[in-house]
Design a protein around this ligand. Structure first.
Ligand code: G6P
Length: 607
């Protein structure tokens, strides 16, 4: 999703901006641009495609200037062309924007009637003309920005640079993230602390409705009522995080292989290994008095909530439901008194999930979140925050964040079960012991890499692939299909094994591989029956199971992936690994862009 950078410094800003934009590449984008002031005048360079295209333009036509703004654009309104790329500019201002100005048509008509000429198909261009209009009407830059921002509906983070003032950038946010970086006599804007890490670790996260005026001497921040406010300066850890790929070809591979370690780090924060009990961090949740649990998320995080629903129901006997955030926020769901709403998000910034959180708060729910970015908007707006300690996840397709979310959600479900009297002390101890074994078992599962890489050569030839499973393996099937679609562009569906005969079985022939996820658990026999139905119709089955499961599955299976035996409760964490690797190696076989798949964004900050 769009990334924003702004710098007021002492040396040429353009190369620094490109460096910071590279750190935002993981968010996903399809064009990029930079604008600076030199001799007081606005100049810009923009290019469709990857940042290397912008770098090539800058190499041919350098952009001097010690103040500048930059942007990676994920197209919403208008194609990913040079003309639609940010920064957008008039003779007076240049603007970069993340989000959607929903009332842009109305503003565009109004400004066109006043003589403004629009040159792009973007919603963003209205910001340029509105601020310019305010300046022409005699307002100073701060007043012009404040007045403009009040007219915008929708979600935005934006940074404005003004002709003739090499010591001024104005940024504002509502709905989309924006941070201020504090340097020594230099100041910065960035979509996140990660972008600013090469320059500073002193960061102020702007709050909803804030507008920040940056000069070399510091920042003045106004709230939505234009009152000057003080926001804390946090010392962030973002700079410490390694952002290289280690020995791996892709961030995604590195992140898959990091799972034993980062899941271990995460569990340490939730488990008392000596007592074999769960010890949740942060403010205590009174699980006994929770009337209902509503979990809301998007994408892979939403699949984590699907798995967690089984856990909360089975282990804690807690009435639970899950919702996709984009549906939940407009569905007018009935939320019970005393209900707990739990939001799960790697970034903590996904626009729909954040809006759903605000909706649940307005409905009087207790708000908890499971996030990987401790300083994110969701974390800041929650009553209780349960962090995952996955470290920065750069690959667009989520892997290690997912298994860490599962580790946290399993811990929460066990704690809830204990506190609600659904789990005995021995049951808690047994489950805790088994949960602590999972990082090692994931390490075992990773050893299947070579087998999976060979199977992927075959999967890469398919046009459609089905994934199926029952119980806890059903969401894993959905995750397998999602991963494959995301990075290899092969059409895939994840189905509940029992539901296959109500439709998708019509698709089965020898050209449609079916990946069956069936650890040897209470539902194994039933899944095997569904697998037989597939094979009886010529379907080619790739079976993911443990040794016992493979022994019992018969010899008609096309190809096999063995996962280590584990407690069925935690099998989703272990079975996630082969579906991630299968997607990864299939994408390699197809030669697609694994870390930045087309059209996708890491952090979806527009609805
Ligand atoms: C995007 C990413 C997915 C991610 C989803 C939710 O679609 O490509 O990998 O699962 O957003 O993101 P979140 O940060 O809220 O977990």
């Amino acid at each position: 999703m769009c990334g924003i950078v702004g710098i007021i410094g002492h040396e040429d800003a353009a190369p620094l901006i490109v460096e910071a934009l590279k750190r935002l590449e993981y968010r996903g984008y399809d064009s990029a641009g930079v604008a600076t002031l030199h001799d007081g005048q606005i100049d810009r360079r923009r290019a469709p495609g990857k940042l290397r295209n912008l770098s090539a333009v800058l190499a041919r036509e350098p952009l001097p200037g010690i103040i500048g703004i930059g942007h990676t654009r994920w197209a919403t309104h208008g194609a990913a062309t040079e003309n639609n790329a940010h920064p957008h500019a008039s003779d007076r201002v240049a603007v970069v924007h993340n989000g959607i100005i929903e009332n842009f048509r109305e503003l565009r008509e109004e400004l066109t009637a006043k003589g403004h000429v629009f040159l792009t198909e973007t919603d963003t261009e209205v910001t340029v003309h509105l601020v310019t209009d305010n300046l022409r009407a005699g307002m100073d830059p701060v007043a012009a920005a404040q007045a403009a921002v009040k007219r915008f509906e929708g979600a935005f983070a934006l940074v404005i640079m003004f002709r003739g003032d090499e010591d001024l950038l104005i940024g504002a946010r509502r709905g989309s993230p924006l941070a201020v970086g504090h340097g020594d006599g230099e100041m910065y804007f960035g979509s996140d602390a990660f972008a600013l890490a090469p320059f500073t670790n002193r960061v102020t996260y702007l709050e909803e409705g804030d507008l920040a005026v940056l000069r070399r001497s510091g920042a003045t921040i106004y709230d939505s009522a234009d009152r000057i406010v003080t926001r804390p300066v946090a010392i962030t850890q973002a700079g410490a995080a390694l952002v290289d790929k280690g020995n791996h070809r892709h961030f995604m591979a590195k992140e898959i292989y990091e799972q034993p370690e980062v899941l271990g780090h995460t569990l340490v924060a939730y488990v008392n290994a000596v007592n074999e009990s769960i010890a949740l961090p942060g403010p205590a949740i009174d699980w006994k008095s929770v009337s209902r649990l509503t979990m809301v998320a998007c994408g892979t995080s939403s699949i984590a909530t699907n798995i967690a629903q089984y856990w909360f129901e089975q282990l804690a006997r807690l009435p639970s439901g899950t919702d996709i955030a984009s549906e939940f926020r407009y569905r007018d769901a009935v939320l019970t008194k005393g209900g707990l709403s739990l939001f799960v998000s790697q970034s903590g910034e996904t626009a729909d999930t954040l809006a759903a959180l605000k909706h649940a708060r307005a409905e009087g729910q207790i708000i908890a979140s499971v996030v990987n970015v401790a300083e994110s908007s969701m974390a800041r707006e929650s009553d209780a925050v349960f962090p995952t300690h996955a470290g920065p996840e750069i690959g667009v397709a989520s892997t290690k964040a997912f298994t860490c979310q599962l580790g946290v959600l399993a811990s929460l479900a066990i704690a809830a079960g204990r506190d609600r009297g659904a789990l005995s002390r021995e049951a808690e101890a047994r489950l805790t012991r088994r949960l602590l074994e999972v990082p090692r078992l994931i390490g075992e599962a990773l050893k299947q890499e070579a087998v999976i890489a060979a199977i992927a050569q075959e999967i890469a030839k398919a046009r459609d692939v089905l994934f199926m499973g029952r119980g806890l393996a059903y969401p894993v099937a959905m995750e397998g299909a999602l991963k494959l679609k995301e990075i290899s562009y092969i059409h895939a569906e994840g189905y509940a094994a029992g539901e296959l005969k109500h439709g998708p079985i019509a698709l089965i022939d020898e050209n449609v591989p079916v990946v069956v996820i069936a650890p040897h658990d209470a539902l194994f026999e039933k899944t095997v029956s569904n697998m037989q139905e597939v094979m009886a119709r010529g379907g080619k089955v790739v079976l993911i199971s443990d040794r016992k499961g493979h022994e019992l599955a018969g010899d008609k299976v096309w190809m096999r992936i063995e996962v280590p035996q584990c407690d069925p409760v935690f099998a989703p964490l272990v079975c996630a690994v082969p579906v991630q690797l299968l997607a990864y190696y299939t994408a390699l076989a197809k030669g697609t862009d694994v870390d930045q798949p087309r059209n996708l964004a890491k952090s979806v900050t527009v609805e």
